[in-house]
Design a protein. Sequence first.
Length: 376
Amino acid sequence: MELLTFNVDDGYAEALIRGMRMSFIRKEEYDALKDCASLGDAKMLLEETDYLPFLQNEPSPCQPNVIRARMKEKLAKEFEHMKSNAAPQLFNFLEKVSHKYMIDNVVNMIEIIKNKDINRKRQAQPDPLGYFRGIEGILRFESDDIAELYQIVLIDTPVGDYFQRLLEDIIKAGAMQNRSIEDVHRQLAEITPEVLRISLKKMWLEDLFDLAKQLNGISKEILEDLIKFEADCMTIQIIYNSISNEELNKPAARETDRKALCPNVGYLYPEYEAQLSRAFDITTLRAAVESFPLYIEMLRNVADPANEEEMNDPSRKTLDDIMYEIGIKKYSLAFDQQFHYGCFYAYLKLKEQEIRNTVWLCEMVSMQLNRQDKAW
C-alpha cells in the first residue's frame, strides 16, 4: 500500500532527506582531516564540504567546541527544513523526535541554575536541535526557589508533560502522598541530573515507540526495530554502569531503583526483565543477554566495571563506542528501503555520529597527538 500512497504526503520530504544524505563526510575526507597539522588546516578542509556556509565567518583557527556548535547549527536547520516540508503525520513524528534534545536542554539548564554556576550560565549554548520558545526564560531564571523553577518547566516547555509524569511517579511511590506540591518539587530537585535525564528519556523513548506503532507498514517495521535496539542499549548501559555503583547494585535497588530506569520497550522487555534485574556483574549481564548474538558480541570485549585494570586499559573499546559502531550499521541499513519514516530518524542519528567523529579528530589535531596513537 505504501507504494501507492506514501508519496502523496511524504514523497517530497523523503526525496529531500535522501538528497541530504549525499552531504555526509566521506572516508577520504576523514583521512585528510587526520593529516591536518593544525586547526586552521582542519577548518579549511571542512570548508570544502557542505559545512562551508556555517564555518566561513569563524576566525581561524577554529576551536573544536566552535566546530561542534556550527555543525549542530547546520543539522538543526536541516531538521527544521524537513519539518517545514512535512505532512501532519510526519511533522508529529519529527516533533516527538526533537523532544529528546529539549529534555537535554532543560536538564542542563536546571543543573546550571541549581548549582548557581554563573559563568556556565552566561556561556550556556542550548542544543539547537532542542530549541523551543521560552528556553531563554529558563536561562534568565534568578530565584533560589527550585519549586518555582520546576513550575516554569511544567507550564512553559513542550516537555513539561514528562516532568509532570515524573512528579506523579514520585507521588505514587508513597513517601510524598500527604505533602504539598512544593515538597514534591523539592524532592524532584534532589534527583541527580543524570538520573533525571535517564528517567525523562525513558518516558520519551516509550512514547516514541507508541507513536511508531501507530504508523503503517514499512515505517512501523523499521522504526520499531530501531527504537527497540536503542531501548535495549539504554537498558544494557544502565545495568553495566550500575555494576560499579554500590547503591544501585544492592539486591533491593536492582529490583526497584535500577529497574525503574530501564525502558519498558525493546527486544529484552519483558521476557528478559527478570534475568536483567538479577544481573550484578559483567558475567551475569552477559548471561542475561546470551539469547541475542548482537548483544553478546557487544559485551564480549568491554572492560569489567569492577576491574580497575581493565577499565584503564586503552586497548579496550568503551561500551559507548561499541554501541555507536553497531548503531551506525543499523541506521545506515534504514536507507535500503523506501517509503518510510525510518530514514528521517536514521539521518539524524548518522549526522550526530558525523559530528562526534569530526570534533574528536579536531581535538586530536589541537593536541598535536602522535599519528601512531590509538586515539586516532
